[in-house]
Design a protein around this ligand. Sequence first.
Ligand code: SAM
Length: 230
Amino acid sequence: HLSKRLTAVAQYVPQGARLADIGSDHAYLPASLIINHRINFAIAGEVAKGPFENEKKEIRQLGLEKVLIPRLADGLAAVTADDGIDTVTIAGMGGSLIAKILDEGQDRLSGVKKLILQPNVGENRVREWLMSHQYQIQNEQILEEDHHIYEIIVAEPTVCPVRYGEKELLFGPLLLEQTSAIFNAKWQAELKRCEKTVVQMRQAKTIPEDHLMTMQKKINLIKEVLPDDD
Ligand code: SAM
């Protein structure tokens, strides 16, 4: 049984995909997709020994050894050309780590038609990487589970990606076109956090002026995007 977050990630995996789930931990996501006959081959990549043992145990218990392959490797090094991977999921880590994994594994992405990414924070870092590496964002989703708000970004390679500005990169070009209470709640909370940080920075006095400016700029962007509350 998958969490609401991973269920949402799973829905973007195409029927019959050959999937690499990077940072898979218990391999819940690929295991569920296989059990539900959505896919019949996946790699579960893990860089850390503990989670790697978790996925091996899970795969053995489910009897999926032939179709779900655990690999102890850093990022996309888990993928080889022979695997014929066409879809990659990377979920439950920070956006800068996701961008780093994609960046370092670019040579493994040549046959990949779809990236399904679920950063916990730093979503703008993921969008920046996608835009500057010829990917087009196809879908975005925001959801809440256990008082956490998560975003999912789905992208496909393209010859001519749309160029996004700062605002689209921060909030998500497709999320900006939807109206959602969860989106508003996320940015309301972020606005409060930024405003508090600015007050603290002013008090500290040692904070470089450009940090303050960046924060102020972000505050202005959030205010622009949030609906007026009066
Ligand atoms: N993907 C699962 C999910 O969304 O529920 C597990 C998320 S867990 C919080 C993040 C996992 O990513 C950890 O098990 C960690 O070991 C793994 N990880 C972190 N950096 C990695 C890397 N460079 N390559 C592969 N796995 C990595």
